[in-house]
Design a protein around this ligand. Sequence first.
Ligand code: 4NP
Length: 160
Amino acid sequence: MNQTSVLFLCLGNICRSPLAEGVFRAEVTRRGLAGEVRVDSAGTGAWHVGEPPDPRSVAVARDNGVDISQQSARRLVVEDFERFDWIVAMDGDNLRTARERQPKGAHARLVPFMDYVPNAPGRDVPDPYYGGQQGFAHVYALLAAGAGPLLDAVIAARGA
Ligand code: 4NP
């Protein structure tokens, strides 16, 4: 079967997208697709490059049985638009920035994560950086709700 690949994108790559990467990878593994779906994350900004995820993201992931502590932040690079089949943006700002950087005719399919959350409460996975742990729990809940539907779409779109 063809391999497929998904890159999660946020602003800093320390709060939302590392958690999205971990939650989605857990769903991929749960379904026995670990060898078939490559998962990564990146940020549009460079402030936190090389840093591990925010301790609040690490904590909410750990509370739900997912270890994201070994991840390291990196910035979105133009090659990502060829290396990945999907780039999944956490919010409208991330989506807009990615569109601006997307080369003409780029390969990657660029989508908002919230398109895959059933009964989505809005268009954005809210940035939890300046809030408390509660915001991270909310982000986790959105990511957990959308991971399965997103994986369904990724598998359905994969070349037969
Ligand atoms: P993220 O959250 O985009 O979910 O990783 C943020 C992390 C850092 C900053 C903003 C948002 N910051 O301003 O440094």
